[in-house]
Design a protein around this ligand. Sequence first.
Ligand code: NOJ
Length: 547
Amino acid sequence: MPDITDTTWWRSAAIYQVYPRSFADANGDGTGDLPGITGHLDHIANLGMDAIWISPFYPSPQRDGGYDVADYRNVAPQYGTLDDFDDLVHRAHELDLRVIVDLVPNHCSDQHADFQAALAAAPGSPEREKFIFRDGLGDDGTTPPNDWQSMFEGSAWTRITEPDGSLGQWYLHLFDTSQPDWNWDNPAVRADFEKTLRFWLDRDVDGFRVDVCDAMIKAKGLPNWPYRTKGVVEPVDGVTPPMWDQEGIHEIFHQWRAVLDSYEGVRILCAEAWLPPQRTARIVREGEMHQAFNFAYLEQLWNAADIRATIDTSLAANDAVGAPTTWVLSNHDVMRHASRYGYDGPVELESGVGANDPQPNRELGLRRARAATALMLALPGSAYLYQGEELGLPEVTTLPDEVLDDPVWERSGHVTRGRDGCRVPLPWQQAGSTFGFNSTEAATWLPQPDYFGQYAVDAQTGVAGSTLELYRAALTLRRELNLGAGEMRWAADAAANVLAFTRGDLHVVANVGGEPVALPQGAEVLLATADLEAGSVPADTTVWYRA
Ligand code: NOJ
């Protein structure tokens, strides 16, 4: 059982992201489910993880992979029941794994009862006031209320048909049409989300990952903003986009923190906000959230100077507010880092890759990904890892058009392929038509490529040098040496395109494509992501050693 007197667990935790649709399928319908997760928790515990974060498993039409929530306080039938959820938490806690669930407060599904009630009610009614409805512009209201763009392309507004059959108001959706934004200026919305927090806290969850938390408050008057944001949000000509990073978000985080703090042990809030480190640090100030994803780190190319600069900026920004820094390289929204690093030069993180696009170099990508992960796991702070990266899974680039599920594919008029390539169901076994994803061999909801078998868990277990064993070794050492806590010191004499630092008596050298780096005579190597060459750390390799 996790130690409830440990108040600092989250500061250094290694947290494994489970994308439930694609993790493991116990009922054999081709889609992952909660019993599938419970049945494989030992895999995560054996890796040396401290916690899991589960992406949404709530009732949902799945227009955006469950980030379109129709009922915040239940489990979708395809994923199981609330009892299954309780079993999952119980088993995780037995294995000393804490459980973080996803909270999606910026928007819900258009099938949510409150949105359906809003559609049935009149303009200006309390039901409509829970969302952001506005009249259109022009004499006949055919022009959207402003020029905001959806994150999934196209306008961020959809016009409804009023109950009497006439064309009516427009509602705001920063994401898909089916994801109306809540009106967080409305106390009724706040009260309902507090109920949701308490519902899951009462079921003993250890925290929440908070989806697009920086978009919950919009600038007064909804001023025009013609840009579509991609990646980390920066002000344009000194102006903060009116839908991101508004001051009003912090009051909400304070309110939530008070709720979490009223529970036994330390339950945490982790911010999903694609902001620069200096801005995410404001979300983790005293009394607000505990930690925030470090997307600036995820966005760095395989280049030592840029990575070092981001590490320094991130640590400085978080140290200034007394919060731990977090690190992340992959998640369900971006191209897996084993493929991202298989390109030289900038990569469109969320755009997807098709069979006819330039393909990543799989071997180089994996080699660099292993080095990048060993670098990340040596940094002080908390680390987030995404299911399948411990297998070295590449992005699947061969998905046929007709199976693409990401809403951006349709909204972009079949231009942007989207994020399905990192969401393909996991291979657990080399054998079988679904590689052990289920036992019925029912087709997986996204097809697995033939080569997935070579990455399967059973193909790598106990195999020296496999990516799975590398992750195990790194996470075990990280825990033994308490690397998540404490400070790092850069070595004074690192060569070009090399990152070198110490963590106490541990030395870390990440050769990010530089000349081979000779280790001192008699160095005791604790971890190496590739073979040393004549006692030197070759390019695209990270080594942990004691001098
Ligand atoms: C961020 C989630 O990670 C992503 O998958 C989702 O599409 C958007 N937020 C909207 O909820």
